[in-house]
Design a protein around this ligand. Structure first.
Ligand code: NAI
Ligand code: PHE
Length: 441
């Protein structure tokens, strides 16, 4: 049985798995009454005044025994291994069966956000998964995405730890106040700042902000707009630095660039590339995304989604789901540079496994650096809105974005080359001690 189903079966709503100095403590609980009207969140009640007439909380031993009895312990063990391998601080699963929602909150590290003086101590986007996606697939995705957020926020010098939310549910409607209210409750009680990721769109952010919570940024109505736009610009700047390193010039005029995924990031990235004179090859599983690009840019070469990773080109920019680069696809690459926006493009769940794949790319003469060094501008933009509210401006964001995505990439590529290691290894070395200062002792 899956963990969400086990909670529901036992009339519980919350599971927490918390790192307590080298081992994980499990706690299962019932924290709210069935039939809560979540559309009244932050109107009639808030995250500390949720009504529960029949509360329950089970300690570590009782929680494990219950999961064993329900046949969900094998799932829990996989989860625990993933958390251990990724060095995660806390995982929370909340289920709301009346709304068909299962929400995973992955807090990787809070170190950089402690004492930042804000409600949110960590930042990371929200990703939607279809309700029938296998739960462990969603959990693995959340673990990986939240781990990357800790490094990304530190690389961008944000006073925020790293986290991610996953939501298993049908697509969200912006007028579905009960579901949005439940989401807002999960966000506020977790002390996080969240924003758009795949399936959770800027219009959802606008609706959440209008009705429920300010701990969510990157909507159409925010002062800086959807985060895909700055993300694309930051990735474009990094691609120019990669071209400088690989081809001796940042000029993309005449270079062939393959873009996988034409969504909130891929589309504006394609625009920058065309403006810079690059020749585009694109693919998207959604025909309307391709049609929209044609409308915007005129005819560009389109290939099947299965072909885009291995299409002959100078630069490959993965801008869709993660996990597209494994041993087999790396060996089949026909490009010189892989630099994109996608989170976790490597099919790996630990730093060590990522480094193995990064080395494999280097041994094939492909320039690659870990994504969280240069797909940072979305969270930087979201944080800027969080910090300054309506006063947030592009003028303030832009120089910081250039420093992180352009200068940061140039420094990592040149230092790694001088030291004869992959940019990914150097990036980890540079950031890790800030996240895990205890490793220095
Ligand atoms: P999106 O959902 O707007 O766009 C993704 C696009 O990829 C969609 O058009 C989808 O149809 C397409 N797609 C899915 N599977 C595909 C496949 N196998 N082949 C080709 N196309 C495929 O998502 P968004 O916001 O553009 O994000 C793209 C990537 O960038 C994700 O990995 C996301 O986590 C990452 N990212 C997004 C940021 C943001 O601010 N939106 C910030 C940093 C990273
Ligand atoms: N989804 C963004 C990323 O993957 C993070 C983000 C967090 C954006 C908070 C806006 C607000 O980097």
């Amino acid at each position: 049985m899956e963990l969400g189903a086990a909670l529901t079966h036992a009339r519980l709503d919350t599971m927490q798995v918390l790192d307590v100095g080298g081992r994980y403590a499990l706690r299962l609980a019932r924290t709210y009454d069935p039939g809560v009207d979540w559309s009244r969140f932050n109107h009639d009640f808030d995250s500390d005044s949720l009504r529960c007439d029949d509360p329950a909380i089970l300690g570590d031993e009782d929680s494990r025994a219950l999961l064993k009895r329900l046949g969900a312990y094998a799932c829990f063990e996989v989860l625990q291994d993933l958390l251990r391998e990724g060095r995660h601080q806390l995982f929370t699963l909340r289920v709301e069966p009346q709304l068909g929602m299962r929400l995973g909150l992955f807090i990787h590290s809070s170190t950089m956000g402690r004492a930042n003086g804000m409600h949110a101590l960590r930042a990371g986007g929200l990703r939607l998964h279809a309700p029938n996606t296998p739960e462990l697939e969603v959990i693995a995705d959340g673990c990986n995405l939240s781990r990357a957020m800790s490094y990304k926020n530190a690389a961008a010098d944000l006073p925020m730890g790293g986290c991610k939310l996953t939501l298993q549910a049908d697509p969200l409607r912006t007028d579905d106040l009960p579901r949005l209210g439940f989401l807002a409750y999960c966000i506020e009680s977790a002390r996080i700042l969240t924003g758009p990721d795949m399936g959770f769109r800027p219009e959802h952010v606008d609706a959440l902000r209008e009705h429920f919570t300010r701990h969510c940024t990157g909507g159409h109505l925010g002062p800086l707009g959807p985060t895909g736009v700055p993300t694309a610009f930051g990735v474009f700047l990094a691609i120019r630095e990669a071209a400088r390193h690989a081809f001796g010039s940042p000029d993309l005029n005449g270079r062939t660039v393959a873009v996988q995924g034409l969504g909130f990031v891929g589309r504006p990235l394609a625009e920058h590339l065309v403006t810079a004179g690059a020749k585009l090859i694109v693919a998207d599983t959604d025909a309307t995304a391709v049609a929209r690009l044609h409308q915007l840019l005129g005819p560009v070469q389109v290939v099947d989604p299965e072909q885009i990773i291995t299409v002959p080109c100078d630069i490959l920019a993965p801008c869709a789901r993660g996990g597209v680069l494994d041993e087999a696809s790396i060996d089949a690459l026909k490009c010189k540079v892989v630099f994109g926006a996608a989170n976790n493009p490597l099919k790996a769940f630990t730093k060590e496994a990522e480094i193995r794949l990064a080395r494999r790319m280097a041994s094939r003469g492909v320039l690659f650096q870990i994504d969280w060094l240069h797909n940072t501008a979305g969270v930087m933009s979201g944080f800027e809105e969080y910090l300054r509210g309506p006063e947030a401006t592009q003028e303030h964001l832009r120089p910081r974005l250039e420093r992180v995505c352009k200068d940061g990439t140039a420094e990592v590529l040149s230092t790694a080359a001088a030291r004869g290691i992959t940019p990914t290894e150097y990036a980890y070395e540079k950031i890790e001690t800030r996240l895990f200062p205890q490793d220095l002792n």
